[in-house]
Write a protein that binds this ligand. Structure first.
Ligand SMILES: Cc1ncc(COP(=O)(O)O)c(C=O)c1O
Length: 538
């Protein structure tokens, strides 16, 4: 299951029934199911059935898309091996894998994640689903669900607000989950955890309760999630000024620009808030966490949106003592959904002014009853992730580099022009060993044929080069209206890798992308898509 905010292709059979596509089952499909984030350009992947007609990349042709840096960075990298009628799909995949390992021998240090894929994520291979929407939501490990289900079968849990044995048990598990969250993020004394429904709810909690006044400032990056932008409304309503740090053309911001803006609006007589996005969910840009210390030294309160960063990066609150940080646990280990957290300094919590509640204990600050039934799974999920997290950056670095390079070299059979234009931040260096951390994530935002939009309008605007036109936006504007202003269709396709990803997944993405290089397949996809009612996934 993926995030409902993303667009995933539905299972094979129902898709055929719903759109009435006649699929030739004599050929196995190179990509039968694929889950990535895209909206408007929904296409029937099942229609890409004759893998022996896929067009080939032309490695000898000089790349002439918008990202020459890709091949410049990795000129000798062995990339995707095209299929030919004489090579079976399995052979091609095996050859591609062995070429990949030659180029990325360090990938083998992450073999523990291959074991995980065969056990906890075996359903990905059983179902044939190619899941590449980890930014939308992680896949849950089967063992986590089994352990939690066994626990629930035996435990008698009650509402933490009551006074009873069952209530005491729930409180004990809630406290254990809080302690585990704090130790996972290496929080020094003075931090506490407020469980929320998700990262958005945690950000809203800060937004509505932060003591913005007429001479306060709210500073944030343009490349932020909607829920970070949303705090702007609380700030403006209370008379605070809002200042944006502009995004670069590949997302994130320039550190010196951020420092200048923060310095210009340095807090004088009122509380001011700086919100930092650790990793952008669309542009793939990581911002340096060092800016937190700088903002604090100027007198700002600091808020870190770690929803996208936490699933694949080690975050230490001892090293980055931000006032408050938000996460969603389903993004980190897939299960449970509906639980997030505000990890917050107690001193910061004290200055928050709930509109309908003044002060109180951490338990009471929450909106009603916490999701107490699932908190033991949060504890187990964090313990699970802490074992595998160290291996993840290296593995994702190998897979992302391979995919970026291979995609950038793909050419249309008819014109020799690029099949994709990668818009997101490219990783600037390859990680070489377990324990290293990258300066970008494992998300690739690109344009294939047409596109759609996502929940990070600032990031999307900068990637699409339309930051200036966003100034013409007005309340109630529709996407269609805005496309008229810009003069073209807007949006991007997002591929994001995570804990369960392996070489097979990126190879299948390449199979899909290379099928779009073939004019006959493209035509077939187009005809299918134009026959599907608007808004329906196929
Ligand atoms: C960077 C970032 N912040 C915040 C959120 C909001 O998370 P949620 O939808 O779980 O509240 C997301 C979700 O994708 C995100 O990527």
């Amino acid at each position: 299951m993926g995030n409902k905010h993303s667009s995933s292709v539905v299972p094979h059979q129902s898709r055929e029934q719903r759109v009435g596509v006649n699929i030739n089952h004599n050929h196995s499909t190179p990509v039968s199911h694929i889950s990535l984030k895209y909206h408007k350009s929904q296409t029937s992947l099942s229609k890409i059935s004759s893998y022996d007609t896929l067009s080939c990349e032309k490695p000898s042709a000089p790349p002439h898309n918008h990202n020459p840096n890709v091949t410049h960075l990795y000129p000798t990298l062995t990339t995707y091996t095209p299929l030919t009628p004489s090579i079976s799909r399995q052979d091609a995949e095996a050859r591609a894998y062995s070429a990949f390992l030659k180029s990325f021998p360090e990938y083998q240090s992450t073999w523990i994640l291959d074991t995980l894929r065969r056990t906890d994520f075996a359903r990905l291979d059983r179902t044939g689903e190619t899941y590449v929407d980890y930014m939308g939501g992680a896949q849950y490990p089967e063992s986590l669900v089994r352990v939690h289900s066994a626990f629930l079968t035996e435990a008698v849990m009650g509402n933490t607000h009551s006074v009873s044995n069952s209530s005491k048990l729930s409180s004990r598990y809630a406290d254990e989950a809080r302690d585990t969250v704090l130790s996972f993020f290496r929080a020094p004394p003075g931090y506490t955890v407020v469980f929320t429904a998700n990262a958005t709810a945690a950000l809203k909690l800060v937004g509505e309760a932060y003591p913005f006044k007429s001479n306060s400032d709210y500073v944030l990056g343009a490349d932020s999630h909607n829920s970070v932008h949303g705090i702007r409304e609380y700030a403006s309503r209370r008379g605070a000024e809002v200042h944006y740090i502009p995004s670069t053309s590949t997302g994130g911001f320039v550190l010196s620009t951020a420092k200048d803006i923060l310095s210009q609006h340095r807090p004088q007589n009122a509380s001011s808030l700086f919100a930092l996005t650790g990793l952008s969910n669309i542009s793939n840009a990581k911002n340096s966490l060092s800016i937190i210390g700088f903002a604090s030294s100027l007198g700002y309160h600091t808020l870190l949106d770690a929803a996208a960063l936490a699933p694949s990066s080690v975050i230490s609150l001892s090293e980055t003592p931000v006032d408050a940080m938000v996460v969603s646990f389903y993004k980190m280990f897939g299960y449970p959904t509906g639980v997030g957290a505000l990890i917050v300094k107690e001193s910061f919590l004290e200055i928050l002014e709930r509109p309908w509640f003044a002060g109180g204990t951490v338990d009471v600050v929450q909106d009603g009853t916490i999701n107490f039934m699932t908190l033991p799974a949060v504890t187990d999920g964090l313990r699970f992730l802490s074992v595998y997290l160290p291996f993840l950056p290296l593995r994702l670095s190998c897979l992302t580099h391979y995919l970026v390079t291979s995609l950038s070299r793909l050419r249309h059979d008819s014109t020799g022009t690029p099949v994709v234009n990668i818009l997101s931040k490219l990783p600037s260096r390859r990680l070489k060993s377990v324990g290293e951390q990258g300066d970008s994530g494992s998300t690739i935002s690109l344009i294939f044929l047409s596109a759609s939009c996502m929940c990070n309008p600032g990031g999307a605007a900068s990637l699409l080069g339309i930051q200036d036109q966003t100034k013409q936006l007005y309340p109630g504007v529709t996407l269609k209206d805005f496309e008229r202003v810009v003069g073209r269709e807007l949006g991007v396709v997002r591929i994001s890798l995570g804990l369960g990803s392996n070489f097979q997944d990126v190879w299948k993405v390449m199979m899909f992308a290379s099928s779009l290089a073939d004019s006959r397949t493209r035509q077939a996809l187009w005809e299918t898509w134009t026959n599907v009612p608007i808004g329906q996934a196929i």
